[in-house]
Design a protein. Structure first.
Length: 260
């Protein structure tokens, strides 16, 4: 694979008047050759990061050794991409100790009987925050926010006690309905109910790390890596999709440290 110095690209353009098409030609010269990954034993983190509304990459990383294993470009996250990625990793003779994932529930359904899976607690907090906002007004939502604030510090017993107490305290409130003139109705606090439903759905996977001590409780290493990837790509804003994919591929190949 051919490389070029990203940091100098736009400086060169400005100071020497080189046309952008030369930079694009350099990008076009890159290929999609994939590295050969060495067999190992590791925990695998999975996350899909988007650089546009309908363009991103589902990335599988060895979070034990901080290196990329496999990736696929997607319009949106889907289970077939996850299955293909896991199979590719297994084919490379990598022993998977478990997964840390960001909440794509189909993955849990498909693999929870085969591997220990930790639901990233930070992503769980983000899911709940999307429903109740960062500045909730309802007292019930304010209390739930306080519980979620402490999620990454709690044991499973403490979480079950606090969340169970909260559900009992607000169970009638959550049942409230709004009726309309046409006879139809809906739950009054739908977004809060959705937050609760998400917590209940992922609860079996929120504290997997307590049983399997080698699993982290969050996917923070993946988040840090994705931030670096997006920062790298921000240098090249405005590129069309195929060129953006080549740059992402190049970055991920360079991150695949453990090669044969």
């Amino acid at each position: 694979m051919r490389y070029f110095d990203d940091k100098q690209i736009y400086r060169t353009l400005e100071k020497q008047g080189i046309k952008r098409k030369k930079v694009r030609a350099a990008i076009d010269s890159l290929d999609f050759q994939c590295p050969v990954i060495k067999p190992r034993t590791c925990v695998v983190g999975i996350d899909t990061t988007y650089t546009a509304k309908d363009f991103g990459a589902t990335i599988f990383r060895d979070i034990t050794n901080n290196t990329s294993l496999h990736w696929a470009f997607v319009e949106k996250e889907n289970i077939s991409t996850h299955i293909h990625g896991v199979n590719a990793i297994k084919k490379a003779k990598i022993e998977i100790l478990g997964f840390v994932v960001d909440g794509f529930f189909s993955f849990f359904v498909h693999y929870s009987s085969q591997y220990p899976i930790q639901m990233c607690q930070k992503h769980m907090k983000d899911i709940v925050k999307r429903y109740i906002t960062n500045r909730p007004i309802l007292p019930a939502a304010i209390e739930l926010k306080e519980i979620m604030k402490d999620l990454t510090k709690m044991s499973s017993k403490e979480f079950d006690y606090r969340f169970g107490h909260w559900k009992e305290r607000w169970k009638e409130f959550l049942k409230e309905r709004t009726y309309y003139e046409n006879g139809k109705w809906e739950y009054t606090h739908r977004r809060l109910r959705s937050a609760v439903a998400s917590l209940i759905r992922y609860r079996p996977y929120l504290f997997t790390f307590e049983k399997y001590r080698w699993l982290p409780r969050t996917n923070n290493k993946m988040e840090g890596f994705n931030s670096g990837l997006k920062s790298y790509l921000s240098i090249h804003r405005g590129l069309r999709g195929d060129r953006l994919a080549k740059l992402m591929h190049r970055y991920l190949v360079k991150d695949s440290k453990y090669l044969e």
